[in-house]
Design a protein around this ligand. Structure first.
Ligand SMILES: [Zn+2]
Length: 631
């Protein structure tokens, strides 16, 4: 009998406290390695577990203390209960009443891109074999065109073989309202003209979401991935621009320097840990990025966890549908630090004015609309092939509501026509869509819920979409991140941020997300105030629910026995401070799998130990720093 209790004690220590006594008595005869002493106990804290996954505004259990062992949570309870579990080598941390939350999860951020872009900017001299970067501005189309001509004909006159001219035109601070976007959309310069000016130098004109390549650039890009140039292959690489922006430096300069790239990425991830994030999800663009992550995994160096969407079937693949068909179901493959969450084509539209939307607009804008998931298109065939091959489809980027219609049409068509693919099966895969740029509209809610989708929203779109209300109508503000409406309709919503931390400075994660509480953008303009959520709901959007998006709700998202010991100690009580104080909340300590990733000097001084990890100089202003947003 005693033996049985002992075995149960070890296995179920976390839930059956009284057994700890019987168990303690056995330490003489049981080797210590078999005894489940915690290696870490935090106590005297306000530990908000967020262990209630319902769509209600509830925090779940709040406890004083927590014990962890070998990277996982063992038990939660009162100070007395948990301290009673301590063994001779247990590290005890007295948090003096501070608030602890689960490590936060960002459901859309390709932070490796930020790291590489920042490095590229600072190291132009090192990547001359790959590209030279230029910025051309002008007050009208003629000036822009003249500037481009000067770069292509004079600056690039003695270009090295294979060296690209990467030319940025004004895009209006990521909003797509700049003159460069209009210039390219209105064909202020044509593909043929670029070919004449630069017959052998690759030229990339970028003004997101608009772009233009000459034939030399198309050829160079396709050849890099072993694909021959043809009109058809160019057409199929529909979003070549976003791939080029993210992969030229990665797949050319860093290909023989994986270790160097891994160090860069690690540094960026540590900065995210300093924001309080312990997991994130997004796509990978730039094939060798995966190798850098795998190196970090092998070396035990991942500062946070990454559930990545597989995108290689889209980047340059002339047969996307076939690629997905051969790939099969990979969601869940990987390890605790780097695992696959499904497959993706990246975006299913781009940004205004090119979004796929049911919203009406003046003809000059409506004519720019691009829907890519139309029946019979390469993209539609590819999504259908992925679903029919039992893949979990992750829509990384959607801006307009009609793009969501076309996606859901595709899913339903596959369910209707494919034996073995049922609605219940689709629901179990939790298909996702990100950003909430201008969707969903009210009529889509029931369908999103019926398909069991999880929706990830970024408050940055309160900024990015706002100027476009003038084009699509002020009454469309309630389509920008309508979190309240989605939750009321029974749809699980998560918070994302394509936020970057530049050179050790930047806003806190809370400064980014507070816009979902106050529904004001960073210019202070109200955006559908009725869509505001309360702070507990926002915390669930940042912790509990994202674990479902990442298909790891048994391991992540809340503080419960058996889950990873990923947690954050905050400088202030998020649940009690005045709303105006929320942007100034940041982590003093970020722990991943029981291991300290970031320890702020403020707390380190109190403990008399050295600080650990990046010490970000936080700016509490609620402004958005993210670039990209392209996908
Ligand atoms: Zn993105």
């Amino acid at each position: 009998m005693k033996k049985r209790i002992l075995a149960m004690g070890i296995r179920f220590l976390a839930v059956v406290f009284p057994l700890a006594v019987a168990w303690g008595q056995e330490t003489v005869t049981v080797p210590r390695v078999l005894v489940g002493y915690p290696d870490l106990i935090v106590h005297n804290a306000k530990i908000v577990t967020m262990d209630d996954p319902s769509l209600q505004a509830t925090t779940g259990r709040i406890v004083q203390a927590m014990a962890a062992r070998q990277g996982k949570i063992l038990a939660l309870g009162t100070n007395a209960e948990i301290l009673g579990l301590a063994g001779p080598e247990t590290r005890r941390i007295d948090l003096k009443g501070r608030t602890v939350i689960p490590g936060m999860i960002n459901t859309h951020s390709h932070m490796h891109d930020h790291s590489i872009r920042r490095w590229t900017r600072a190291n132009q001299d090192k990547i001359l074999e790959v590209q030279r970067a230029f910025s051309v501005t002008g007050k009208d189309y003629a000036e822009l065109k003249r500037g481009i001509e000067l770069v292509v004909k004079e600056q690039m006159a003695r270009a090295r073989p294979g060296q690209w001219a990467y030319i940025e035109l004004p895009n209006g601070g990521n909003a797509g309202t700049g003159i460069g976007v209009k210039f390219l959309n209105d064909k202020g310069i044509t593909h043929e003209e670029l070919n004449q000016w630069a017959p052998s130098t690759p030229v990339f004109l970028n003004s997101h979401p608009a772009w233009l390549l000459n034939k030399s650039a198309q050829t160079s890009f396709l050849n890099l991935y072993g694909v021959d140039w043809s009109e058809e292959n160019v057409d199929k690489a529909l979003t070549m621009n976003t791939t080029i922006r993210r992969s030229l430096v990665v797949d050319r300069y860093f290909a023989p320097r994986i270790g160097e790239m891994a160090d860069l990425i690690k540094d960026g991830l540590e900065h995210q840990a300093a924001l309080g994030l312990t997991s994130f999800s997004s796509h990978i663009v730039g094939l060798r990025i995966q190798d850098a992550y795998m190196k970090l995994v092998r070396d035990g160096q991942m500062p946070i966890r990454f559930g990545f969407a597989q995108r290689f079937c889209q980047q340059v693949e002339p047969d996307m549908a076939g690629c997905f068909m051969r790939l099969g179901d990979t969601a869940g493959l990987g390890n605790d630090y780097f695992w696959n969450v499904g497959v993706t084509l990246g975006g299913i539209d781009t940004g205004p004015p090119n979004i796929c939307t049911s919203m009406d607009a003046a003809p000059e804008y409506k004519s720019k609309e691009k829907c890519i998931l139309v029946p019979g298109s390469e993209y539609e065939k590819a999504v259908a092939a992925a679903l029919r091959s039992y893949e979990r489809y992750v829509v990384n980027h959607v801006y307009g509501d009609k793009a969501m219609d076309t996606f859901m049409d595709t899913v339903e068509r596959v369910v209707e026509t494919t034996p073995g693919i049922t609605l219940d099966y689709i629901r179990s895969r939790r298909l996702t869509a990100d950003h909430c740029g201008f969707y969903p509209r009210k009529e889509q809610l029931a369908r999103i819920k019926r398909l069991g989708m999880v929706i990830s929203c970024d408050p940055m779109f309160l900024d990015r979409s706002y100027p476009w209300l003038k084009v699509y109508g002020e009454d469309k503000a309630n389509r920008i991140g309508p979190n309240r409406t989605m939750l009321d309709a029974g749809i699980m919503v998560t918070a994302e941020a394509e936020v970057d931390v530049e050179s050790g400075t930047g806003p806190t994660y809370f400064a980014h997300q507070i816009h979902f509480l106050n529904r004001k953008n960073s210019r202070g303009e109200p955006v559908a105030p009725e869509e505001a959520v309360d702070r507990v709901t926002l915390m669930k959007m940042m912790t509990t629910w994202p674990s479902y998006y990442l298909m790891k709700e048994k391991e992540l998202g809340s503080l419960q026995p058996g889950k990873f010991a990923d947690f954050v100690v905050l400088n202030k009580d998020y649940f009690a401070v005045a709303e105006a104080d929320i942007p100034s909340i940041f982590p003093l300590l970020t722990v991943l799998g029981g291991k300290t990733i970031v320890l702020r000097k403020e707390l380190a001084d109190e403990w008399g130990t050295p600080p650990v990890g990046p010490q970000i100089n936080f700016e509490f202003a609620t402004k958005f720093t993210a670039e990209g947003g392209g996908e």
